[in-house]
Design a protein around this ligand. Structure first.
Ligand code: FES
Length: 105
């Protein structure tokens, strides 16, 4: 699956990731050397993997209550904010645009 990542400087880059390995978006962002701390290791506890889904949000599965609780506690929270560790890499992500927001927390 191919999607676009926008970094903190506004630079966009296409990222390709396998969608059959059960990876999370957070894991792929880290593997692609984006500055995602992921302090909690993907447990929806730290919110350092905060991203904003700029395009394609309607295609994705909705955030769980646990995820929403974390997001709503962030000082900078957008209508399409998500925790990257809670998004499974799947064909639904094809063509999406994901903006890194972890630094804004
Ligand atoms: Fe901690 Fe996603 S890695 S909330």
């Amino acid at each position: 699956v191919t999607f676009t990542v926008e970094d903190h400087d506004g630079n966009r880059q296409t990222v390709e990731a396998p969608d059959d390995m059960g990876l999370s978006l957070m894991e792929v962002l880290k593997a692609s050397e984006y500055p995602v701390l992921a302090t909690c290791g993907g447990m929806a506890l730290c919110a350092t993997c905060h991203v904003e889904i700029v395009e394609g949000e309607n295609e994705l599965c909705h955030a769980t209550d646990v995820e929403l609780d974390q997001l709503e506690n962030l000082p900078a929270y957008f209508p399409t904010s998500r925790l990257a560790c809670q998004i499974r890499i799947s064909p639904l992500l094809e063509g999406a645009v994901v903006k890194l927001r972890g630094e804004d927390n």
